[in-house]
Design a protein. Structure first.
Length: 158
């Protein structure tokens, strides 16, 4: 049915497929998501497990992802995505301690405001925030530093 399934060697060389299968084995992707992405029917999916070289390539990718920390990072991201719901429950719970409700509000504010930037813009170098930093020294000896980060412009004179 699927031309790709007729060429298991091409699947072994397809890094995207091997990574998707490793993520499926780690519980980060569902079987349906992998089958849909690569357009496999149930019979093709079932036959993939019979290819020993393919299984070995997937196991090797899983081991590489564990050693590099990619698996832990992705699992943490999945868990962290649930944090706003938990914090919202604490914030809305009238029986919770006021201190806990305030802490939940602070955390929610931090998560909502952080975006793609480091937590503190004062500690954000132009390179870390995806921008440009220019230093200009004038004749009177003052140095002006202009920093432009995506969505933020700062100027400092010393």
């Amino acid at each position: 049915m699927n031309d790709v399934a007729n060429f298991p060697a091409s699947l072994i060389e397809n890094h995207e497929f091997i990574t998707a299968c490793a993520r499926y084995g780690e519980g980060l992707l569902s079987e349906e998501a992998v089958k849909k992405k690569f357009r496999f029917d149930d019979d093709t999916w079932a036959s993939l497990g019979d290819n020993e070289a393919l299984v070995e390539a997937i196991e090797a990718e899983k081991a590489r992802r564990i050693r590099s920390g990619a698996t832990a990072r992705e699992r943490a991201q999945v868990l962290f995505a649930r944090a706003p719901d938990v914090l919202g429950t604490i914030l809305d719970d009238g029986t919770a301690s006021p201190r806990h409700r305030i802490e939940a509000a602070r955390e929610l504010r931090q998560v909502a405001d952080n975006g793609p930037y480091p937590a503190s813009p004062q500690r954000c170098s132009a390179a870390a925030c995806g921008g440009v930093s220019v230093s200009v020294k004038s004749r009177n000896g003052k140095t002006q530093i202009l920093s432009n980060t995506v969505g933020r412009v700062r100027a400092a004179v010393s």
